[in-house]
Design a protein around this ligand. Structure first.
Ligand code: R5P
Length: 290
């Protein structure tokens, strides 16, 4: 039987996954020293089990990443047979290539760091760098499996409204959403220096419909606010913003509501007041398949 070692950001989700699988949830003692160095200690039995450290790396992405590394090392020292990471929301996934000269390839730096702490494979959910499709990829010598929350998310949000119309708030979301029906696409672009979002203004055939914007993540909300501003001109009956990963930085949820979003729905890859869909079953299934 595997054991699950919960990261600080995913205590509830770890509990849900452990409950589905009926496997042990290892208790973690954690504290910060006065200088903020992190301390963790596993207090459960690991023996020769396959250990899974489970933690999203938001909020506090850098310390959350480092915590996963400490937990992995502690698992190895405690006799784990293998250590894998389950990182439902994986920060730095958007820097999966070098967009401008002089930039690092941040995602690969993260993967190498995790590997160096003994993590041999990674399971993640709707990671930005896998949005073009595919379930398994090897990066930096580490097998990464990407599972999707979209089937559960789409089931939930489409059941909440009468006449759903799916909108991809940028072109990259068209492919992951295609299996759920017709997808209308907003042509969005982002200024790489300022981060400002712009999009092609045009009309959409959504009068009287319940528009559902679906993105992999909502961070500062600029994408959704822009999408709402454009679509509201076509007189939909309601607008819903949904995503796999709801970071909601800097009051993004308030800004989206002001822009006309009647509902905001996300999963529990990051716990928030909007986490109406749990990815626990998707993760548990993938762990069994591994
Ligand atoms: C970008 O390509 C992503 O898919 C999201 O659209 C983006 O990260 C959302 O960020 P924000 O909420 O800050 O616009």
């Amino acid at each position: 039987m595997p054991v699950i070692i919960p990261g600080a950001n995913s205590a509830k989700l770890s509990g849900r996954v452990a409950q589905i699988l009926g496997c042990a949830l290892i208790k973690v003692e954690r504290k910060n020293f006065p200088d903020a160095d992190q301390y963790v200690r596993l207090t459960g039995k690991i023996d020769r089990a396959d250990a899974f450290v489970l933690g999203s790396t938001w909020p506090n992405q850098d310390s959350a990443l480092f915590e996963l590394m400490l937990l992995a090392d502690a698992a190895i020292m405690s006799g784990a047979k293998t250590v894998s990471a389950i990182i439902p929301y994986m920060s730095y996934s958007r820097q999966d290539k070098r967009f401008l000269d002089g930039e690092p390839l941040s995602l690969d730096v993260v993967i190498r760091a995790l590997k160096s702490s003994g993590i041999s494979s990674i399971l993640t959910v709707d990671s930005h760098f896998m949005r073009a499709g595919g379930k398994i990829v090897t990066r930096e010598g580490v097998k990464i499996t990407n599972v999707s929350a979209y089937p559960l998310l789409m089931k939930k949000v489409t059941s909440m409204v009468g006449r759903p119309v799916i909108i991809a708030p940028d072109r990259s979301m068209e492919a992951p959403l295609k299996e759920f029906g017709e997808v209308l696409v907003i042509e969005k672009s982002r200024d790489r220096m300022t981060g400002a979002v712009s999009a092609v203004e045009k009309g959409y055939p959504v009068e009287g419909a319940d528009v559902i914007f679906v993105d992999d993540m909502i961070s500062a909300g600029g994408t959704m606010v822009k999408a709402a501003a454009i679509l509201s001109k076509s007189k939909p009956s309601s607008m819903t913003a949904c995503c796999a990963h709801g970071l909601f930085v800097d009051g993004a949820d308030g800004k989206m509501k002001e822009a006309g979003m009647a509902r905001i729905v996300s999963t529990d890859t990051i716990e928030s007041a909007y986490s109406e869909v749990s990815v626990a079953s998707v993760i548990a299934e993938a762990m069994v398949e591994e």
